[in-house]
Write a protein that binds this ligand. Structure first.
Ligand code: CAA
Length: 392
């Protein structure tokens, strides 16, 4: 393996759902001051899936442009990371592999560790490319975040998938070898197999996240990572976008740097533009923050970004990534804005009805109504199987 080989993200694409619920609607229903959502949490709206959308259709929609643009010939591995898995055994990526018409000579796996999974997938992908620089790896983060209705977590729900093509000599972002790592056995957020919605101790989860920020940074420094001044901006996992501000403040405190709202906004404000209207997309959230930075910050050529990944339970990682010169001509900013802006707004009643519709589990045949505006749909359930198709 040549030591100087550069490996990272060659292309990045995300897609979200067909429907959107503005937080003004949620506030209208539950009487909360909407400023709590807009300012306190930093959320304006949340993506809501149609009945025929799930993590597979979102993942395939996000990855489709990458496969169409780069072809599938060099892809040898697909890794799909998710917290909201649809099967205890079969990897969701196998359905995606089929929908995208990928070649058979590919390995497909699913990885899980709450919202951190996609970062583990990225590291796995980078290691495979280091091993064989001719191959590319398709990493997909896809999640639908669901909390109990009328619970404090409800306002932070969302859904999206981010697809990344990992390769040698990447066009967008080069990953640095050094990571700061942290694991702690903490029950801050979890979802037993029998539940469709997450259980969460909200305040504990915020504290656990902030402890992980400081601990990963300490480990990163210990392992010879770059100094704070080298970083142009920081992309944090964003369960709600105010969390990125809290996280950056914690990191600066760890470095002994005093800060104010303006400094924080300068460092992380741009990274929140997608997540504040999409909501929490768990594994995809950090990569929507990255997409927001790349699409909306000016002139990042050669600049270093800090990426902080947190998955409750908990596992966290801090990595540095250098933006490749000329990256702007490889961005998909227009597609990303279109995915967000083309969502159909629903009122609270419609959102509630959609949220209460659980898929039947009796093994009979059910055709699902065609609601999605995306390129793929969950068409039916038959004999305990999910039947997917391209939307016509
Ligand atoms: N105007 C402006 N701000 C207001 C306000 C108003 N009228 N009313 C309240 N606020 C502010 C509060 O002061 C508070 O700000 P601070 O966080 O700076 O103190 C903020 O709005 C939230 O208010 P509360 O703490 O009262 O809100 P809450 O009790 O509803 O809980 C929450 C908030 C804990 C985040 C809850 O939404 C939750 O449990 N979310 C799910 C868990 C989560 O997202 N955890 C984050 C870390 S874990 C993680 O990152 C993994 C993951 O993806 C889940």
């Amino acid at each position: 393996m040549p030591a100087e080989i550069s490996v990272g993200i060659h292309d990045l694409s995300f897609r979200t759902t067909s429907f959107v619920l503005p937080h003004t609607e949620l506030a209208r229903y539950n009487g909360t001051d909407v400023a709590k959502y807009h300012k306190g949490l930093g959320q304006l709206s949340m993506s809501v899936p149609a009945v025929d959308e799930d993590i597979v259709t979102l993942a395939a929609a996000a990855a489709l442009p990458l496969v169409q643009h780069h072809g599938a010939d060099t892809i040898r591995t697909v890794v799909l990371a998710t917290e909201s898995s649809i099967d205890q055994s079969k990897a969701a990526g196998v359905y995606v592999h089929s929908l995208l018409g990928l070649p058979s000579q590919i390995r497909v796996i699913e990885v899980k560790q709450a919202c951190y999974g996609a970062t583990a997938a990225l590291q796995f992908a980078a290691a495979l490319v280091h091993q064989d620089p001719a191959q590319r790896v398709l990493v997909i983060a896809s999640d639908i975040s669901r909390y109990d209705l009328d619970s404090p977590g409800e306002a932070t729900q969302g859904a999206a998938a981010a697809a990344m093509l990992v390769s040698a000599d990447p066009a967008l972002l080069e990953l640095s070898g050094t990571s700061g790592l942290f694991t702690a056995d903490v029950m801050d957020f979890w979802r037993p197999n029998y539940r469709a919605t997450a259980l969460v101790d909200g305040k504990k989860s915020v504290a656990a996240y902030l402890e992980a920020v400081q601990s990963t940074w300490r480990d990163y420094v210990l392992r010879g990572g770059l100094p704070l001044e080298e970083f142009r901006t920081f992309c944090y996992h964003q369960p709600y976008t105010r969390m990125a501000f809290k996280a950056h403040q914690a990191l600066l405190e760890e470095c002994g740097v005093h800060t104010n709202e303006e400094t924080l906004h300068k460092a992380v404000g741009t990274t929140t533009v997608y997540n504040k209207v999409v909501g929490n997309s768990y594994t995809a959230s950090l990569y929507l923050a990255l997409a927001a930075a790349l699409d909306n910050c000016h002139d990042l050529d050669g600049e270093t970004l800090g990426l902080f990944s947190y998955g409750s339970g908990s596992v966290a990682e801090f990595i540095a990534a250098r933006v490749r010169p000329g990256y702007r001509s490889h961005l998909r900013a227009g597609e990303h804005r279109e995915s967000v802006n083309s969502r159909q707004t629903v009122d609270y009643e419609t959102y509630r009805e959609l949220s209460c519709q659980a898929l039947p589990t009796d093994g009979n045949t059910y055709e699902l109504p065609h609601q999605t505006r995306g390129p793929f749909r969950l068409a039916a359930l038959r004999d305990h199987q999910r039947i997917y198709e391209a939307s016509s």
